[in-house]
Design a protein around this ligand. Structure first.
Ligand code: ZN
Ligand code: ZN
Length: 252
């Protein structure tokens, strides 16, 4: 048989095999298309979940380092860029008595780690952390734990120190007058020694007032975030159909 004919036969065989292959690929791709699309969507979501950290032009009130906009269980907040996740404590401890979990965690943290956190209010402005309350010796009416005293807009108020586990509240008006006077004095001194920090930008512009509320001309946190979040991946927006047919056309 002349070599040309043999070659022709081989080519025909190849052609047929190739056609079958193409059909099979098309069938498979059709069957896979739907679950693949679902899988891709799930993966994209999973990959997107830990949102990229966004540096904000807000100085940490504890250490002055830039804050990073993060999203937690209760929405967005600012966390210090020096925040360090404590290394998981070793599970094999020699006797539980000697190990203090907190001490171990603290020891595992880098020396310059900072746990500064700032809340973002519902309108998107950064607010200063509230002052720590004054612990009193007045018992909670619900659980008998000591109650905290805070200065509110409508005067001092008592709340259970076990909040949010216990939502017990005390009646300030029911506290004897003498005790009230004593507590108000103590609270004033306490608040003075724990002043509300003024939150500032990295270049020192104040963002909050003496009460910790956002200043009228303060920009929103989103306006203080440097740059733009990591752009969408080039694959985003491309449908699975487009992708598949590209592949098939390339093969043909
Ligand atoms: Zn800090
Ligand atoms: Zn209580």
């Amino acid at each position: 048989m002349p070599i040309v004919e043999r070659l022709g036969g081989t080519l025909q065989l190849l052609q047929r095999a190739f056609t079958r292959e193409k059909q099979a690929t098309a069938d498979i791709s059709h069957e896979l298309r739907t679950p693949l699309a679902a899988l891709l969507a799930t993966m994209e979501l999973a990959l997107r979940k830990p949102r990229p950290a966004e540096h904000a032009n807000v100085a940490c009130h504890k250490c002055g380092a830039p804050m990073i906009k993060r999203t937690g269980r209760f929405g967005p907040f600012l966390g210090c860029s020096r925040y360090a996740r404590p290394a998981p404590a070793p599970k094999k401890g020699k006797g539980k008595k000697g190990t203090n979990a907190a001490a171990v965690a603290a020891a595992a943290l880098p020396a310059d780690a900072c746990d500064g956190i700032l809340n973002i209010d519902a309108k998107g402005f950064v607010v200063a952390p509230s002052q720590p309350p004054l612990l009193t010796d007045l018992p909670c009416p619900k659980c008998q734990s000591p109650m905290n005293l805070r200065q509110g807009i409508r005067g001092p108020w008592l709340g259970c120190s076990q909040f949010p586990k216990c939502r017990g509240r005390g009646k300030w008006a029911d506290v004897p007058e003498e005790k009230q006077k004593e507590l108000v004095k103590a609270l004033e001194a306490h608040d003075k020694s724990h002043p509300v920090p003024i939150i500032r930008t990295l270049d020192g512009r104040p963002l909050t007032d003496a009460k910790g509320k956002p200043l009228p001309d303060a920009p929103k946190v989103d306006q203080l975030v440097e740059g733009i979040a990591i752009p969408n991946s080039p694959d985003e927006g491309r449908t699975d159909e487009g992708g598949e047919s590209d592949v098939l056309e390339g093969a043909a």
